[in-house]
Write a protein of this length. Structure first.
Ligand SMILES: Nc1ncnc2c1ncn2[C@@H]1O[C@H](COP(=O)(O)OP(=O)(O)O)[C@@H](O)[C@H]1O
Ligand SMILES: [Mg+2]
Lengths: 258, 342
């Protein structure tokens, strides 16, 4: 399975004041594939995702989407392209219900009279198309949902729009076994529907199960982006912790300056 | 657990269920109980048309302020300045009408002058609202501090405008129309205005995008930002709206009292906040209804009227309102705690 890149990042740099978080990062997302983005805590995974989503600007580098160079200046720009993010934190408004959350910022109907019925219907259809069956009512405030259900809603929110790329930042970090199962199935289904999926995860078993490719960030550098078939669990762990593994990764670790 | 597919297609439980789970339902019962009790104790004097007419008139101005306060509190903010902004709006409006009248006596001013007065009142209120909004949303100063500052500043400027005294000439035409006039002979115009404003902004809060964003920001500003909502701009507009409504309230107060009542609105802010919070709007943001605010505003008013009629010292009203207020916030906290446990 080797489709065309739908999203390509080249030479991306990002600093927070004096802290240089991302160094010349290259990153490719392919339609119909799950690309796992792995790396130690603080490697810059969330920052990379937020740069792509337009939450943060970047200092240099290019973003190519479906073959054209694009400039993403805010969450709206990213959404317009069809890039959706499921955040690790602070993704949903607790007091709003499932429908309100799924449509937040893109409500249907006129500005003065939102079309609640249409939104409710679309929300229910999207959940059904993702085979989500654990949510009692789409009018439940998300505060009263379990962690897995919340994550499901966040993912459903992302695919409600004609999304082409979905980035998931540790969607299973806080979940139990059964709930993780559900979310991973959902992730796989998104790729099967032709979306480009990026999955950030710390769980190697999960990564090897669902990912077609694995991209490894080490101290803000992209050290390898390889098909899952061509690497072993041990190699990926080495890439994460040392930035290199045999022929893969950084040529000489001692040249790394932090 | 029911499956999603097992749901009835039209899910109309939403409003009823939301009401039941909100404090609003319970506080409505409290209001109803109060009315029943007072009516039972003093049927001849409490349960009269005149009494309720008075109740509505005396609540009209506060209701308009409380509607604005509801928006602010739903965003997780607070506005202590509304009472002072009301006075400022009334003062600058009254002064404008005097300046435009021969001999600085506005008593016999016509509709042109009165309209100018209304515009100035609204502009004055909105200006303070905008200042609050910019300081809270752009400068990121806590709303409690910002509006504590403008509470003093607006009252100070209002006092400076007339050397600390009240303006005494208010157009009689204004008094007879908005102040004391009635629709069909028995519905006071003041109440009509308050009801229209309440209904309009109730719809704005509950059916429009503006309302939805207000809830979203109060619930989780970062999620709202990531959803592409202009949080800073929206917050500014919410404080602007509250100032705008305080401006209208100032004009209504001017029409009713025929005075700028400089010392008469010092606890309006707290009364409005108490009404809003008693009505089930969460001080933590993200939850609230205009209907709840209407009920919450009427509870102190009914208590006061009722105690008055049955001869209980009015001080008991303050104690009772305080108790209901604390109980309402306690309920709110319990609800949040049980939510967070999940
Ligand atoms: N808003 C920010 N301001 C300053 N530093 C930040 C900010 N966000 C992230 N960082 C820093 O950037 C680095 C990468 O963080 P992050 O992208 O969250 O890592 P990861 O998601 O891979 O664990 C960390 O050193 C973190 O402290
Ligand atoms: Mg992270």
């Amino acid at each position: 399975m080797s489709s065309d890149p739908i999203l390509e990042i080249k030479g991306l740099n990002k600093s927070f004041g004096p802290v240089h978080v991302l160094h010349d990062v290259d990153f490719t997302v392919r339609a119909g594939e799950v690309t796992a983005l792995v790396g130690d805590n603080g490697a810059g995974k969330s920052t990379l995702v937020k740069c792509i989503a337009g939450i943060y600007g970047h200092d240099s580098g290019t973003v190519t989407f479906q073959g054209n160079e694009v400039h993403i200046r805010g969450p709206k720009d990213a959404a317009q392209l069809g890039i959706e993010v499921v955040y690790q934190d602070l993704a949903l408004a607790d007091n709003l219900d499932i429908v309100q959350n799924m449509f937040l910022g893109r409500e249907r109907g006129s500005r003065w009279m939102l079309d609640e019925a249409a939104m409710e219907k679309a929300a229910r259809e999207t959940l059904a198309s993702l085979s989500v069956r654990t949510v009692k009512s789409v009018r439940t405030p998300v505060a009263s949902l379990s962690g897995g259900q919340r994550q499901t809603v966040a993912i459903a929110k992302a695919v409600l729009w004609n999304s082409k790329v979905v980035l998931l930042d540790e969607p299973t970090a806080a979940l139990g076994v059964a709930q993780t199962r559900q979310v991973l199935d959902l992730v796989r289904r998104l790729a099967e529907q032709g979306l480009g999926v990026v999955l950030i995860s710390h769980n190697m078993a999960d990564v090897f199960e669902v990912a077609d490719r694995i991209a490894t960030l080490y101290l803000g550098r992209m050290v390898a982006q390889v098909p899952t078939k061509e690497v072993t669990n041990t190699q990926v762990v080495e890439l994460i912790t040392a930035g290199r593994s045999g022929e893969l990764g950084l040529a000489r670790p001692d040249t790394v300056t932090i | 657990m029911t499956t999603l597919d097992g749901l009835p297609t039209a899910e109309r439980r939403s409003l009823g269920a939301r009401l039941l789970s909100a404090n609003t339902f319970w506080i409505a019962l409290v209001l109803l109980a109060l009315i029943v009790v007072f009516s039972a104790i003093a049927p001849e004097s409490f349960l009269t048309f005149f009494n309720f007419q008075q109740l509505f008139i005396e609540t009209a101005v506060l209701l308009v302020i409380a509607v604005g306060m509801t928006f602010v509190i739903i965003t997780g903010g607070i506005d202590l300045s509304v009472g002072s902004v009301l006075i400022f709006a009334g003062m600058i409006s009254a002064k404008t009408m005097e300046w435009m009248s021969p001999g600085q006596d506005a008593s016999n001013a016509g509709w042109g002058v009165i309209t100018a007065g209304l515009v100035v009142a609204i502009a004055g209120g909105s200006l303070w609202g905008l200042i609050n909004g910019l300081l809270v949303a752009r400068a990121n100063i806590p709303p409690l501090i910002v509006t504590l500052g403008t509470l003093g500043a607006a009252l100070g400027v209002a006092s400076l405008l007339n050397d600390g005294t009240n303006v005494r000439t208010v157009p009689l035409e204004l008094r007879d129309s908005l102040g004391f006039g009635t629709l069909e002979g028995n519905i006071p115009n003041l109440v009509v205005v308050a009801v229209v404003i309440t209904v309009i902004f109730g719809l704005v809060l509950h059916t429009t995008r503006f309302g939805r964003y207000t809830f979203a920001i109060g619930s989780n500003p970062e999620a709202a930002r990531r959803a592409g909502i202009g949080v800073t701009r929206h917050l500014t507009n919410v404080y602007l709206l509250t100032g705008f409504l305080a401006g209208i309230a100032g004009f209504m107060s001017l029409a009713y009292f025929q005075s700028t009542t400089i010392s008469g609105h010092t606890t309006d802010n707290l009364n409005a906040i108490a009404g809003v919070v008693m009505g089930g709007t969460s001080l933590f943001g993200g939850i609230g209804t205009i209907l709840g605010t209407v009920i919450g505003v009427f509870i102190p008013a009914v208590l006061q009227k009722g105690f008055n009629i049955i001869g209980v010292q009015p001080y008991w009203q303050m104690i009772a309102v305080g108790a209901v207020l604390v109980a309402a916030v306690w309920f709110d906290q319990q609800r949040r705690r049980s939510q967070n446990k999940r």
